[in-house]
Ligand binder design. Structure first.
Ligand SMILES: [Zn+2]
Length: 281
């Protein structure tokens, strides 16, 4: 059934297909494979051929990317900055891969070198207009010939057709002693397990693969990275008070704190998995 398909993380051949998932973007269904060796899950990119670049651009405009005239800090990104500062101290340079309109980078002081990579022309244009150094190219083609103190990839890995090559490439982008932060949707979380095929992250062909924690750590270790922190959060999406303004705001602030520091953050309850790695010197 699976032909010559191999796991994109550990290359284990002939993984079993465990489900069929309908794409929310076009009329095609994709087989969902599960690797017996490393526990990762993935779709087969060869199925349901679609112009991915056009689909991304369409999503970028539908996502309503707006250049805000005044930069408004968000509790979510502020929390990420604090976690990274605790792990690294004060960096001289930050590279955000898949930076969208630059919101995360704008949470760092302007005297820090802030570079973003963004594939969507629309999002990249907005980020550049906000004063950031933006490179518009597929991350696989980015080779600056230098390394950064902090490199982040929030919600990137699950989109890539060659996630293993991307993880290997991180070694040349992160300076020795530097920190890499990777956030991915985790199919190993209680939330994903409970929802099964209804899990909101099963969105082929934009989401192509889901690394297991074990697969991620092993590939990073091969590039001389060691895991220094791992947390699970809701990504700020879970809010039972959506319709009650004051409660919504309070919940949102509390949730951002709980996401990164509460007792649930150490266990795979919610489905956003944050992994922080330090590159050996
Ligand atoms: Zn595998």
């Amino acid at each position: 059934m699976s032909g010559d398909i191999a796991c994109p993380y550990c290359s284990d051949p002939s993984p079993p297909a465990i489900d069929t998932i309908q794409s929310p973007y076009h009329d095609a269904a994709y087989l969902l494979f599960s690797c017996r060796k490393c526990g990762s899950q993935f779709f087969n990119l060869e199925e349901g051929q679609v112009d991915l670049e056009a689909l991304y651009e369409e999503q970028a405009s539908e996502g309503g990317y707006k250049a805000e005239e005044v930069f408004t800090p968000s509790p979510y990104w502020r929390r990420q900055v604090r976690v990274l500062q605790r792990l690294h101290g004060n960096p001289k340079s930050v590279l955000d891969i898949g930076c969208r309109t630059g919101d995360f980078l704008l949470h760092w002081r302007p005297d820090i070198e802030r570079v973003g990579i963004e594939l969507s022309a629309r999002a990249a244009g907005i980020a550049a207009a906000r004063g950031l150094e933006i490179v518009q190219c597929p991350v696989e083609q980015y080779s600056p010939g230098r390394a950064f103190d902090i490199v982040t990839a929030y919600a990137v890995l699950e989109h890539l057709s060659k996630p293993k090559a991307f993880l290997c490439g991180l070694a040349s982008l992160v300076a020795p002693g530097g920190v890499a932060a990777i956030m991915i949707p985790s199919h190993e979380s209680a939330k994903a397990r409970r929802l099964g095929s209804q899990w909101g992250m099963y969105t082929p062909p934009l989401h192509l693969s889901f690394a297991s924690g074990e697969a991620l750590d092993r590939l990073m270790a091969e590039s001389r990275f060691s895991l220094v922190d791992r947390r699970f959060g809701s990504g700020g999406l879970f809010n039972p008070f959506k319709r009650i303004p004051v409660a919504r705001g309070l919940w949102s602030r509390g949730m951002v704190w709980a996401d990164m520091h509460g007792p649930l953050s150490r266990r795979p309850t919610f489905d956003h998995m944050y992994s922080y790695y330090k590159r050996k010197g």
